[in-house]
Ligand binder design. Structure first.
Ligand code: NAP
Length: 310
């Protein structure tokens, strides 16, 4: 039996995975619904040997430096943009992530967003609840078809491909782009009825969908983002929606995140926004917890993590 180490888990996780972690290590789980404030993380840093973080926790170079005993970081997400992976790697600290288990749930949600924005599900629901529904009308809340549409997949990896597979069932024409191939982004934006974003957030993809990119899209096209908020320039998107440069946007992720209830983007027309729910199913979040715990246990044992981002 290895000696118990100090492990901090920045939120309670669904399922029983954390029990497995606590059976082997000295674990503290942050008990609140909101993330631990920065000073709480920093206060634990000197003793910290293992960290299980969420995408809401900034595991930056400063925090890593303040934790001289840190030996394993396990992020409860596939994206690791909240972790300074370079700083961790420089210290020889493995960074775990949770690829694959959330692919299908996130792809499901991307399709839900496409249908939700184009078939005006939220508007329709609000219309009925307000008591505005008086009769069936030939031109009430008309949308556009997803079936047979041309759909652009930006970032043709696990999730992007899973979205494409689903849309084959809708008879869509799929165009895709990533650094390793596909249609050039400019051409893809010009030809598509839906543009669905699936790259990781990196310095290269930050602001990838800016004012110029939005202007290239058809005025009848929709933008769907289930990747990371900063891949889209928020101000440019708000302007494009107000100006009618695109037909609408459906966002699971935003910049900033969380998006305050009084944020100017929310005044834009034809916008559907969710609070980052891509992987939010019972089964997926439990699998992610298992994976994150497996990664942390391996890292603390000094073994390669089953899913390591560095
Ligand atoms: P993945 O399998 O690594 O796929 C990412 C794809 O993006 C790769 O095909 C990559 O191909 C491409 N890419 C990288 N840089 C690019 C660039 N500059 N321009 C265009 N394409 C680029 O990752 P995944 O599992 O599909 O996850 C993708 C992202 O989704 C994650 O990083 C995460 O941020 C986000 N996500 C969000 C949620 C949510 O709750 N909304 C849930 C899960 C994941 P090349 O290397 O060939 O460019």
């Amino acid at each position: 039996m290895l000696p118990a180490v100090k492990v901090f888990v920045t939120r309670r996780l669904p399922g029983a995975a954390l029990d497995r972690l606590a059976a082997e290590h000295d674990v503290e789980v942050w008990p609140e619904r909101l993330p631990p404030p920065r000073e709480e993380l920093v206060a634990r840093a000197p003793e910290l040997e293992g960290l299980l973080s969420l995408l809401t926790d900034a595991v930056d170079a400063q925090l890593i430096e303040a934790a001289p005993r840190l030996r394993a970081i396990s992020n409860y997400a596939v994206g690791v943009d909240n972790v300074d992976v370079e700083a961790a790697t420089a210290r020889g600290i493995p960074v775990g992530n949770t690829p694959g288990v959330l692919t299908d749930s996130t792809a499901d949600l991307a399709v839900a967003l496409m249908l939700g924005i184009t078939r005006r599900l939220c508007e329709g629901d609000a219309y009925v609840r307000r008591g505005d529904w008086e009769t069936w009308e030939p031109e009430l809340l008309l949308g556009r078809d997803l079936h047979a549409a041309t759909v652009a997949i930006v970032g043709f990896g696990r999730i992007g491909r899973a979205v494409a597979r689903r849309l084959q069932g809708f008879g869509c024409e799929i165009l895709h782009t990533s650094r390793s191939g596909g249609v050039p982004l400019e051409e893809l934006l010009e030809r598509s009825d839906y543009v669905s974003l699936h790259p990781p957030l990196t310095p290269e993809t930050k602001g990838l969908i800016d004012a110029a990119a939005l202007r290239r899209m058809k005025p009848t096209a929709y933008l769907v983002n289930t990747a990371r908020g900063p891949v889209v320039d928020t101000e440019a998107l708000a302007r494009a929606l107000h100006a009618g440069e695109i037909a609408g946007a459906a966002l699971d992720v935003t910049d900033p995140e969380p998006l305050p209830g009084d944020h100017p983007l929310l005044d834009a027309p034809n916008l559907l926004v969710l609070p980052h729910l891509g992987s939010a199913t019972h089964a997926t979040r439990e699998r992610m917890a298992d994976m994150a715990v497996d990664n942390l246990l391996a890292g603390l044992r000094g073994e390669p993590m089953p899913n390591q981002a560095n």
